[in-house]
Design a protein around this ligand. Sequence first.
Ligand SMILES: O=C[C@H](O)COP(=O)(O)O
Length: 296
Amino acid sequence: MQLQGRLNHASLGAHRVSNARVLPSSRPVALSRRLQQQIVCASDAKFFVGGNWKANGTVSMVDQLCKDLTAGAKQFDPKNVDVVVAPTAVHLQQVKGALGAPYEVSAQDVWIKGPGAYTGEVPAEILKDMGITWTLTGHSERRAYCGETNEVVGQKTARALEADLNVIPCIGETLDQRNSGQLFEVLTAQVQALVDNIQDWSRIVVAYEPVWAIGTGVVATPEQAQEVHAFLRKLFTEKLGPQTASTLRIIYGGSVSDSNCKDLATQPDIDGFLVGGASLKSGAFLTIVGSHSVKA
Ligand SMILES: O=C[C@H](O)COP(=O)(O)O
């Protein structure tokens, strides 16, 4: 199922850039004239697929999933795609032990401070010590259920980078925000909090996940996703410069499945996926990983 209707470009003051792609213009996000005149280049960064297992799994289910993923690793070429899975914190060690290269393992969240008297939290240093190389930050479920603000997400991301983790900060708008014309304003504020806190962008993969598409079966159309990814690429170009922006991986998440992944992957500014529900099924997940081939 796909959300019907595209962004209302008339109300957003749409304009065309020289590559004929429709992009939002000065309302509600004021991009500089210099940036508006640039041709947005699609990224040629290495494809990236993350599997976010969320709060799912038993010891036996995790064991089977790791065995299936290990057996299926020959279905993709790790030279062309990075594959990272994010189990619950209590399954991290089991997955790290069961799943070797070419897979990497990610936490789903990280503590905002270092080690110490913070009961129940997992700081980045402990993840690093366990051989965990990635963490998510700012997933919309943490923003919604744990009250994480843009500033908290920025600080958690910086903390993880300090401890030498790679980070997948997540951003995205709710349906109300989109319908009330706040899409670009919301994304710009989320991006600004990252820009304010991140020095080294080479270890960042940004996940754009429209909240209305997460776990709903309502996936953004390839065109809807591309519009936002192109907007984000322009925004990062303005804030970080063209070199960093063109190599920054911006991945899409929200009801990605084995049946819609190829159409999404063909979009020039979509550099991969963050997969929730479908990542719990090895066959579907490996098909999504294999969608990198449409970029070749
Ligand atoms: O982190 C993954 C996203 O929240 C997407 O979840 P989903 O694929 O179940 O919609």
